[in-house]
Design a protein around this ligand. Structure first.
Ligand SMILES: Nc1nc2c(ncn2[C@@H]2O[C@H](COP(=O)(O)OP(=O)(O)O)[C@@H](O)[C@H]2O)c(=O)[nH]1
Ligand SMILES: [Mg+2]
Ligand SMILES: [Zn+2]
Length: 297
């Protein structure tokens, strides 16, 4: 049988298949191969018609994230507040880079418009629209219809990950979208949960009438970039959509886009065509990736 892994707690996988939930183990061979099933995996499993059984195969993945550990993501909602807390543009750009590199559609969601300066809101929208992203501005606590109208069409029938720092309104947004899930808001319970559990587990929440799965990541858990070693620094430019199309215009084929003369990306940043903040993030991430290489040597 083929099913979808919903969660894994203490080595027991919950697998959803034809509306039934199976609580099963994974074949020991996975551990030896270093690739174990994660939430979001499509798996082949054997069962003796009870709710028990054994996962025997992980079907090919579209993509997989390490933190949170989840596979086959269709869309990543990168949620930040426009104020309280103020957004870190570097933190946003780390997440867009992870999404791009993993081949996951990223949607930038700015919440708490009600407490933000309108000029700042427009500045944020402009930066990310120019980068090529869909940008959604919300006031989730005030207006649930707005959340539904903007996000429902993008989440419906898909595996959607909500990521972003604590306190930006992720749970509020998810609750507005799918009130039946009743996620706790305010962050206190998240802290408790994290305190008790040393190992993080990822759960896919089934939402709506089927085929929609949500992942709410508590706190700032998306791929800690400093431990993100599978990306080469030369690949970074391709994780900035507005840069990848300019690479061919740089004077040198080995341009690193950090300081070279005749760099198309530097020129377009200097003349204001491309936002400064994105290039600051590029430089910061370049340094991280460069140092990894040294460290590995
Ligand atoms: N002012 C304002 N507060 C909001 C908005 N959305 C959520 N909040 C509040 O922000 C706090 C954190 O929200 P929560 O959904 O728990 O954030 P999470 O940690 O990202 O899941 C809560 O007190 C919410 O009521 C909003 O649009 N405007
Ligand atoms: Mg939350
Ligand atoms: Zn260049």
């Amino acid at each position: 049988m083929i099913g979808k892994v919903i969660s894994c707690v203490g080595g027991i996988y919950t697998v959803l298949c034809d509306g039934e939930r199976y609580h099963i183990y994974a074949k020991g061979a996975f551990r030896h191969s270093g690739m174990t099933p994660v939430a979001g995996d499509e798996v082949r499993f054997e069962t003796d018609n009870s709710d028990k059984g054994m996962i025997v195969e992980i079907l090919p993945r579209k993509n997989v994230l390490v933190r949170p550990e989840v596979a086959n993501i269709d869309v990543m909602f990168i949620v930040f507040a426009l104020a309280s807390p103020d957004p870190s543009l570097l933190a946003i750009d780390k997440m867009t880079v992870v999404a791009e590199h993993s081949g996951i559609e990223a949607v930038i969601v700015f919440n708490k418009r009600d407490v933000a300066d309108p000029a700042f809101t427009e500045k944020m929208r402009d930066i990310y629209e120019r980068a090529g992203y869909r940008v959604i501005v919300l006031s989730a606590a005030e207006n649930t219809d707005e959340v539904k109208n903007a996000l429902y069409p993008l989440a419906k029938g898909r595996v959607a990950v909500f990521t972003g720092p604590s306190g930006v309104g992720k749970s509020t947004i998810i609750n507005a979208l799918y009130p039946d899930l009743k996620l706790e808001t305010g962050g206190i319970s998240e802290k408790n949960r994290r305190g008790k559990n040393t190992t993080r587990t990822t759960t896919l929440y089934e939402a709506g009438e089927g085929g929609t799965f949500l992942v709410d990541t508590p706190g700032f858990t998306l791929l800690d970039f400093d431990r993100f070693r599978f990306m080469k620094k030369e690949e970074l430019v391709y994780a900035f959509p507005e840069y990848s199309k300019l690479v061919g215009d740089c004077r040198y084929t080995k341009c690193t886009h950090t300081k070279e003369e005749g760099c198309a990306i530097l020129e377009k940043t200097a003349d204001g065509t491309l936002p400064e903040s994105r290039h600051e993030s590029y430089l910061a991430l370049w340094e991280v990736l460069k140092n990894h290489k040294d460290w590995e040597k």
